[in-house]
Design a protein around this ligand. Structure first.
Ligand SMILES: Nc1ncnc2c1ncn2[C@@H]1O[C@H](COP(=O)(O)OP(=O)(O)O)[C@@H](O)[C@H]1O
Length: 303
């Protein structure tokens, strides 16, 4: 695919790029919209899209033994388990798991104006501007390409229809897995999430037990046991700053408003696989593998 000359502008020295992104964030933060950042003039988004186009252009397959070149996307509300299942599939299929939330958090850990502006958005449950997230994703894909990575499982991207349109313009997504979980469990799962500050592993201290109804058509009982850390992680657990009740509720609201239309975007294109999680990992993982037709040849590789 042809790459626009505008790329040169985007790959200009980091400080110049950060200034653009910084002013973008200032505009987003001062926006009066209750729904998060407003989109900016076409030119920034076009530049970010051109950058994404470059990073998704095909590189020679690094290793034929790695099999198919998966281009998958995980959709789903905050707390549904996108990270858990995307990471397991990534190990199973030998493709990178790219979570835009992790890319954003890495950016937050740096110091400076940009990081503090970004923190304001994230810690209030808002989305960061499309241009910014596309630029972060492009950099991650470009770095992966240099290391010989091929394919990916995207988690947390696309989250707006604009992001989905841009992604569609630069690459062909094979499958979009839309994870679903009962709304009552989502908040509890976010509030119970703990992360090991040393190794980055995710745990959950919540024990979710939703009683089933008596009626024939009522939902069955749902039990999700806690996923507790091993002793060496126990003393190093941290909670994400955006996993408070108020912010999770805002993230859920933003998901319904901004990301649910993305489900429809892929549904119309026949790419959406709806997957209702029946419970915790022991119940859900084998069922997900069956839904993906991965149970026969791959199950032996599961940890
Ligand atoms: N594709 C995206 N577009 C805009 N903002 C994003 C995107 N991905 C991540 N973020 C930002 O990072 C935060 C954390 O993302 P993530 O870890 O995926 O959270 P969640 O648990 O809500 O799915 C989001 O609330 C948002 O501020």
């Amino acid at each position: 695919m042809a790459v626009s000359h505008r790329l040169f502008k985007l790959f200009s020295p980091l400080t110049a790029q950060k200034n653009t992104l910084s002013s973008l964030l200032i505009r987003s933060l001062s926006s009066s919209s209750p729904h998060g950042p407003s989109l900016d003039p076409e030119i920034d988004l076009k530049e970010a899209a051109a950058e994404l186009e470059k990073s998704t252009s095909l590189s020679p397959s690094p290793s034929p033994s790695k099999g198919r070149n998966f281009h998958w996307v995980f959709l789903g509300c905050p707390g549904v388990g996108k990270g858990t299942y995307a990471s397991r599939l990534s190990t199973l299929l030998g493709v990178p798991h790219i979570a835009t939330g992790d890319l954003v958090r890495e950016e937050l850990s740096s110091s400076g104006l940009l990081a503090s502006q970004l923190k304001e958005l994230v810690n209030h449950g808002k989305l960061v501007p499309d241009e910014f997230i596309i630029s972060l994703l492009s950099k991650r894909l470009e770095a992966g390409k240099e290391k010989g990575e091929s394919g990916y499982i995207l988690d947390g991207f696309p989250r707006t229809v604009t992001q989905a349109e841009i992604l569609e313009g630069v690459t062909n997504i094979d499958l979009v897995i839309n994870l679903k979980l009962r709304e009552e469990a989502l908040l509890a799962k976010c509030l119970g999430r703990r992360i090991c500050s040393e190794c980055g592993a995710n745990y959950n201290v919540a024990c979710i037990d939703i009683k089933g109804g008596d009626d024939e058509d009522a939902s069955p009982r749902m039990y999700m046991p806690p996923l507790l850390p091993p002793p060496n992680c126990e003393s190093k657990l941290i909670t994400r700053a955006d996993d408070t009740e108020e912010v999770v509720k805002e993230r859920l609201r933003v998901y319904h408003k901004m990301t649910q239309p993305v489900e429809e975007f892929y549904r119309k294109r026949g790419k959406l696989l709806e997957f209702e999680l029946p419970g915790g990992i022991p119940q859900s993982w084998p069922k997900l593998l069956r839904a993906l037709h991965l149970e026969d040849d791959k199950q032996s590789a599961i940890a």
